[in-house]
Design a protein around this ligand. Sequence first.
Ligand code: OAD
Length: 234
Amino acid sequence: MIEITLADRVFVLTGAGISAESGIPTFRGAGGFWKTWRAEDVATPQAWKRDPRVVWQFYSERRLQAERIAPNPAHYALATLEQKLGDRLFICTQNVDPLHEMGGARRVVHMHGELMKSRCERCAQPFHDEAGHDEVPRCRCGGHIRPHVVWFGELPFALDEIFEALEHCDVFVTIGSSGTVEPAASFPQWAGQKTSRGRARTYYIGDEEPANSVYFDQVFLGRAGELVPKVFPG
Ligand code: OAD
């Protein structure tokens, strides 16, 4: 169990591992996206410039896949924790899927964007595309519509808000992330350093040791769907 006192502020960072039991492949594990696709071909500004259709179709397939998914006990446990802690809990996810929200969480920061959203590459207007498009749609301004996700080489969203929350947390927990992609891989190091509130206690939950395990005080090994409800009992 992870002990949380009445004064504690908690920062939870989630990665692909929390969605694995909901049927979404991770990136680097067996059957992961980056085993089938080269990130350079589908998840970089250069790939988009070269051939927007290939990139658009990669994300269209992921959107179709996401229509059949459901949250698992780890998502529900975090939503319950949010009800208990209110704004003392900061949920930050690297995932672009909507599973936290489907599980009932209200305030989730999607630092790598959201799969179900799109925007104009030129004027940044959001684009509502419930109908689904095989071809890359165009905005009224003439720009291509792009997925509202962060590609390699682009800055993640909400970094100011994230670093503010890291600075003020007392408990930091990563769930299901290999600890290989920056800046998120360094969050436990930031939280574990002395901040305005002292040094946060840092925990990892996942089915194997992450690459950044040295920054965690304690590592809980196991599947998120099983462990998260146990370490944060309702
Ligand atoms: P990875 O695929 O790199 O790592 C997933 C982690 O989840 C691994 O450490 C697995 O051991 C663990 N895992 C798998 N199944 C699990 C389960 N049932 N319970 C708990 N843990 C499990 O995914 P991320 O670290 O999230 O970025 O990847 C970070 C970023 O790299 C992604 O957001 C994406 C990717 O390229 C962009 O696309 C910009």
